[in-house]
Ligand binder design. Structure first.
Ligand code: NDP
Length: 284
């Protein structure tokens, strides 16, 4: 059996086209252009690429974007001052700080400084709590994108065994909450899990969010399962690959996301969706 490929690029393109239309309508009827401010501290090459892609996606969808960059040794107070300024600016609807921040920053304090109504990454404690309670304001972009992919592929969620490998605040934990809210039976695995294969092998839906190249092989997958590969790893030859060994997994899975071209493009798409939602909410 060869798995159906869940094409993140195609889905992202379709959703972004819808978002661009909605943004144009908001501008035409209300004079509001959705605006995302992105703050980047330091010169980490991966972060620079992510920020560039986010800004480019905004521009392509007709959103306004603001990019604030600071050297790695900037005083945290300077960045907090900029966040306060952006919080107070009614033309800015979304604010995100690209992570990771340099070691001398208190990351939680920076995330908490963003107004919850503008926290389009969904990392503010208030927004995390709302998600936990089942009344999310902003869903973190990566798990939000994964849910859209599962919906687009018509994957049954109710009663499904969902296994998530990875328990980060950014991916694993919110992913678990979202699947739980859709009535899946959720297991979260992590680095101290005793027998990873025991868990992955019984998953109808397997989400890999670890950051270890090709660690999930075909033998660890239940035949017919839906496999979502969140991982982004760079191989010694410079190529990108996921946490799933695509070649062996696709022979066992029923559906699978590739890397690149899977979850990655959907993450940025849902950032646009959250920014548009924030702009629309200013009318209420
Ligand atoms: P973190 O490093 O924050 O979390 C990794 C998780 O994997 C931890 O919970 C860790 O467990 C767990 N883990 C590590 N080793 C093992 C192991 N051997 N067996 C089982 N679990 C293990 O990573 P993120 O959640 O931020 O990111 C995960 C991956 O997803 C990365 O490759 C990242 O680049 C990618 N990513 C991709 C995005 C996209 O848009 N496609 C967006 C965000 C991330 P423990 O908690 O015990 O340490």
């Amino acid at each position: 059996m060869t798995a159906k490929i869940i094409d993140g690029n195609a889905l992202a393109q379709a959703v972004r086209a819808e978002l661009a239309e909605k943004a144009a309508a908001l501008k035409a009827t209300q004079g509001i252009t959705p605006c995302l401010a992105v703050i980047l501290v330091g010169e980490d090459p991966a972060s620079q690429v992510y920020v560039r892609n986010k800004v480019a996606a905004c521009e392509k969808a007709g959103f306004r974007s603001i990019r604030e960059t600071y050297p790695a040794n900037v005083e945290p107070a300077v960045v907090l001052g900029k966040i306060a300024e952006l919080n107070a600016d009614p033309t800015v609807h979304g604010i995100l700080v690209q992570l990771p921040l340099p070691k001398h920053f208190d990351t939680d304090a920076v995330l908490e400084a963003i107004l919850p109504e503008k926290d389009v990454d969904g990392f503010h404690a208030e927004n995390v709590g709302a998600l936990m309670q089942g009344t999310p304001r902003f869903i973190p972009c990566t798990p939000y994108g994964v849910m859209k992919m599962l919906e687009s592929a018509n994957v049954p969620l109710k009663g499904a065994e969902a296994v998530i490998v990875g328990r980060s605040n950014i991916v694993g934990k919110p992913m678990a909450m979202l699947l739980l809210q859709r009535d899946s039976t959720v297991t979260i695995c992590h680095s101290r899990t005793q027998d990873l294969t025991f868990h992955t092998k019984r998953a109808d839906i397997l989400v890999a969010a670890v950051g270890r190249a090709k660690m999930i092989s075909g033998e660890m997958i239940k035949p017919g399962a839906t496999v979502i590969d969140v991982g982004i790893n760079r191989l010694p030859d410079g190529k990108l690959c996921g946490d799933v060994d695509f070649a062996s997994a696709k022979e066992v899975a029923g559906a699978i996301t590739p890397v690149p071209g899977g979850v990655g493009p959907m993450t940025i798409t849902m950032l646009l969706a959250n920014t548009l939602a924030a702009a629309e909410r200013t009318l209420k």
